[in-house]
Design a protein around this ligand. Structure first.
Ligand code: ADP
Ligand SMILES: O=C(O)[C@H]1O[C@H](OP(=O)(O)O)[C@H](O)[C@@H](O)[C@@H]1O
Ligand code: MG
Length: 352
C-alpha cells in the first residue's frame, strides 16, 4: 500500500517533454559557419524525455537503442549496421554535464534532489532529421522544470546548451536544429559572426508556418553520422579554403532569398532555391561523402522534376512539387519503386 502511494506521488511529480524532428529548409549547412538558415519543426516525428524524481541520479538506457545484449553475433552486427554504435544515453549524460556547468558558471543555484531520465523516440535514426538534438532538447526542458530555472536561462541561450552537449561528444554540428527545436514553427536564423561573438547567439526571427508550401519528406533507413559527414568540410573551412568559404556564403544568401520568396508566396522561386542549395552542398562535400543512397533520393525526386534538398546532413530529403498533386503522385510512385518512404510533411506551430 505504502509503495503504491509513493508511486502515485512519483507519477504526479514526473515531468515529460516532447521535442520534434526538424527540416533544414534552406541555407544549411551554413549555420555552423556564420551563415543563415531557415528551418521548421517536423510534426511527423518526435522524441520525448521523462524525468522522475528518484533517490539516485539514473540515466535509463533505451530498451532498443541502447541495448547491449544480443542473441548472437549476427544479431549484434545487424544492429550496428542498422543503428550504429551509439544510442541516446550519451546525449542525456552530456546534457546533464553541460547544464550543470552552465548553471555553475552563471551562479544559478540547483537544489540537490535527484532524478531518473528515460527517453523514447520515433525519429528515424541518423537521417539528418535531428533525432540527436530532439532528445537533448526534450531533456533540457525537463531539467529546466525540475530545477525551476526556466526563467533564469534565456530562450536564445538554450540552443547553445543543447549544441554544447553534442560538441562534448565530438559531434560536429551547427545551431539551426536546436534553435528551431526550442522556438518551434518556422524560423529564419542569422548567425552573423559579429552579432554571435557579442551576444553568444544568433538573430532568430520566427515566421508564420502557414507561409510554407506543401512539402514532402523522403527518407531511407540509412544511419549516417552527421559528425563524420561534416568533419572534412569543417577542417577545410578552418584552414581558410577559399572555395568552401565562398560556397558557404552563397548558401547563406539562399536563405535570405527564400525568406523573401516565402513572404511573396513564390513557390517556383522556392523550388529553384532548394535545387541550388543542394547543388552547392554537392560541390562542397563531394559525392563520396554524400553517399550513393542519398544521391539516389535526390535523383528520384529530380526524375519527376520535383525540387529537393537534404533536410540535414543526409538520410532524408525535403521535396516540393511545384506542378501540384499529379507531380506529387509521380513522386510517390518513383519513391516506392526505389524503396524510399515518402510522406506529406506536417508542421508544428511556434512554441514561444
Ligand atoms: N533515434 C535515436 N535514438 C537514439 N540515439 C540517437 C538517435 N538519433 C541519434 N542518436 C544519437 O545521436 C548521435 C548523433 O546523431 P546524428 O548523426 O546527429 O543524427 P541526427 O541526424 O538524427 O541528428 C548518434 O551517434 C546517437 O548517439
Ligand atoms: O548538414 C546539415 O545540413 C546539418 O547537419 C547537422 O544536422 P543533422 O540532422 O544531424 O544531420 C547539423 O547539426 C546542422 O547544423 C546542419 O545544418
Ligand atoms: Mg544530429
Amino acid at each position: 500500500m505504502g509503495s503504491e502511494v509513493e508511486k502515485m506521488v512519483d507519477s504526479k511529480s514526473a515531468i515529460e517533454h516532447k521535442s520534434y524532428a526538424r527540416v533544414g529548409l534552406m541555407g544549411n549547412p551554413s549555420d555552423a559557419y556564420f551563415g543563415k538558415t531557415i528551418s521548421f519543426l517536423l510534426g511527423n516525428f518526435w522524441a520525448s524525455v521523462k524525468l522522475q524524481p528518484s533517490k539516485d541520479l539514473v540515466i535509463n538506457p533505451h530498451p532498443i537503442h541502447d541495448f547491449v545484449a544480443f542473441g548472437s553475433i549476427r544479431h549484434l552486427v545487424d544492429r550496428l549496421r542498422k543503428e550504429g554504435y551509439y544510442g541516446g544515453v550519451r546525449l542525456l549524460m552530456a546534457l546533464c554535464k553541460e547544464f550543470f556547468e552552465y548553471c555553475s558558471n552563471n551562479k544559478i543555484e540547483l537544489h540537490d534532489q535527484n532524478f531518473t531520465l528515460s527517453y523514447e523516440t520515433n525519429i528515424p535514426r541518423q537521417t539528418g532529421l535531428s533525432g540527436s538534438s530532439a532528445i537533448v532538447c526534450a531533456a533540457l526542458n525537463c531539467l529546466l522544470d525540475f530545477y525551476k530555472v526556466r526563467h533564469l536561462i534565456k530562450v536564445e541561450i538554450r540552443p547553445q546548451i543543447i549544441l554544447n552537449a553534442e560538441k562534448e561528444l565530438g559531434i560536429v554540428a551547427g545551431l539551426q536544429d536546436r534553435v528551431v527545436q526550442v522556438y518551434g514553427g518556422l524560423v529564419f536564423m542569422d548567425f552573423d559572426k559579429k552579432f554571435m561573438e557579442e551576444k553568444g547567439h544568433g538573430r532568430y526571427t520566427p515566421m508564420d508556418v502557414n507561409l510554407l508550401p506543401r512539402l514532402y519528406l523522403i527518407y531511407a533507413e540509412n544511419p549516417s553520422d552527421s559528425g563524420k559527414v561534416h568533419s572534412s568540410v569543417r577542417q577545410k573551412w578552418l584552414d581558410g579554403d577559399k572555395f568552401i568559404i565562398s560556397k558557404m556564403e552563397e548558401v547563406a544568401v539562399i536563405a535570405s532569398e527564400c525568406r523573401k520568396a516565402l513572404l511573396e508566396n513564390d513557390s517556383t522561386q522556392i523550388a529553384n532555391l532548394m535545387n541550388r542549395n543542394f547543388d552547392i552542398r554537392r560541390q562542397m562535400f563531394g559525392d563520396c561523402v554524400l553517399g550513393s543512397l542519398n544521391l539516389k533520393m535526390i535523383d528520384v525526386a529530380r526524375s519527376v522534376s520535383a525540387a529537393c534538398k537534404f533536410t540535414g546532413s543526409g538520410g532524408a530529403v525535403v521535396a516540393l512539387c511545384p506542378e501540384g498533386p499529379d507531380q506529387a503522385k509521380l513522386l510517390k510512385d518513383a519513391c516506392k519503386e526505389a524503396g524510399f518512404i515518402m510522406e506529406p510533411i506536417k508542421t508544428i506551430p511556434s512554441l514561444v
